[in-house]
Design a protein. Sequence first.
Length: 63
Amino acid sequence: MRYDPMTESLGVVDGKSVIRTFFKPIPCASISDALRRAAMKLAGKCHDFPTNLDYFRARCLKW
């Protein structure tokens, strides 16, 4: 797993250096509209960590 603090993007590369996923996580707290925030959280499109760096660190601990 890799994290770019400039863009707050997260990427996962496999053992052969092939990119498996690349995205910019979205903290649910950053979504101001309550209905949209609830819908995105329910769909798994945002996370409950205060920052993307915190999200990245937590994901790294799971590996």
